[in-house]
Design a protein around this ligand. Structure first.
Ligand SMILES: C[S@@+](CC[C@H](N)C(=O)[O-])C[C@H]1O[C@@H](n2cnc3c(N)ncnc32)[C@H](O)[C@@H]1O
Length: 337
């Protein structure tokens, strides 16, 4: 009983601190209202997992001042090896970063240590960065932000404020690690989902939803929620799995898809466009489709578990182990009507 109470007190403190940071940098009425509305909830994500494991690992990190920061390179660079000086050794810091394995999204270079993550997220970013409305000065929401790799790329592209949301606490913990050394950047990641947002918050100029739609049981509701988070005329950047097929067709995998559970709908591009129109978007443009390669998603020392290679049919890499078409992704941009 006392342990449960302690855990919920630690969760409440963790939440309060993050929300306070977000509110502190929210200088628009809509973002402040969003923060106020979130302050009334207790995120369910905080009830799961071992929060103290992460808070302890975060507290143990050395205080360091990065002498160089680069957020517009493929690999996000935070600090140089020389910055470690007397405070920590490369070996000690490496061990501290390894405590946050698996590192799925990246890559990063932290104080001279290369974190070669499972995903080369820079490749996805390259596919869309020149197609979207420039982010300079915009307020941006990144739904399913993971550890914030893309959120920092958005800040690197000049966004005025970026809010990432992701309910998976280990990824939020990785974000807090990065944020410790990037405190001046206008980026937050909160452990919530769009279900926690007030209806029609309309606080953002650009909303990203990448790699989330197929996890939603009700994809059209997800598109409506994304629309509600945008101001009138705002831009949606949607990235998701697709299959070949006519308008109206969607793969509904019976079991897993590429060994991932919780995959509900993998539509054709024409179906996705129809969903977007129905959800209140115009000016719908496909800017990229690409088959995910084992160069883009693979096991590394920083994510030493099974990856894409292990999810494909060993005799035919065009198929998943379950016999579905291998992962192919689309990036679509659309404007709120
Ligand atoms: C496949 S990953 C994609 C991460 C990143 N956006 C990307 O494109 O590489 C999906 C992410 O969405 C998060 N997620 C799952 N359901 C979510 C929801 N309802 N709202 C926000 N994030 C969600 C997961 O925790 C995970 O970090």
């Amino acid at each position: 009983m006392t342990e449960t109470k302690d855990r919920s007190a630690a969760g409440a403190l963790f939440w309060e601190q993050q929300l306070e940071r977000f509110l502190g940098r929210s200088n628009s009425k809509a973002c402040s209202q969003l923060g106020q509305s979130l302050s009334a909830i207790a995120p369910s994500s905080l009830q799961h997992g071992d929060l103290s494991r992460w808070t302890d690992a975060l507290t143990a990190l050395p205080d360091l001042s990065p002498s160089a920061i680069s957020l517009d390179d493929s690999r996000l660079i935070i600090g140089r090896a020389d910055d470690l000086a007397s405070n920590s050794s490369p070996l000690a810091l490496r061990a501290q970063l390894e405590a946050f394995i698996p590192w799925r999204k990246g890559p990063f270079e932290l104080f001279g240590i290369d974190i070669d993550t499972e995903w080369r997220c820079d490749l996805k970013w390259q596919r869309l960065e020149h197609a979207i409305t420039p982010l300079a000065g915009r307020r941006v929401l990144d739904v399913g932000s993971g550890n914030g790799y893309y959120a920092y790329r958005m800040a690197g592209a000049g966004a005025a404020q970026v809010l990432g949301i992701d309910p998976h606490i280990p990824y939020v913990a990785q974000f807090l690690l990065l944020q410790k050394y990037l405190a001046e950047q206008p980026v937050d990641v909160l452990p919530v989902t769009l279900d926690d947002f007030p209806t029609r918050c309309e606080a953002f100029d650009t909303v990203f939803s990448m790699g989330v739609l197929y996890h939603r049981r009700s994809p059209i509701d997800h598109l409506h929620q994304l629309r509600d988070a945008l101001r009138g005329g705002g831009e949606l950047v949607l990235e998701t799995l697709i299959v070949d097929g006519v308008k109206g067709y969607s793969l509904i995998p019976e079991g897993s898809y590429a060994r991932m559970r919780g995959i509900w709908f993998v539509p054709s591009v024409a179906t996705l466009e129809a969903w977007l129109m129905k959800a209140g978007f115009d000016d719908i443009r496909v800017v990229n489709t690409s088959v995910t390669t084992v160069e883009e998603q693979r096991a590394t020392p920083w994510m030493p578990f099974d990856s894409l290679q292990d999810s494909l049919d060993p005799d035919d890499s065009c198929l998943t182990l379950e016999g579905h078409p291998a992962p192919t992704r689309v990036v679509i941009i659309a404007t709120k009507r």
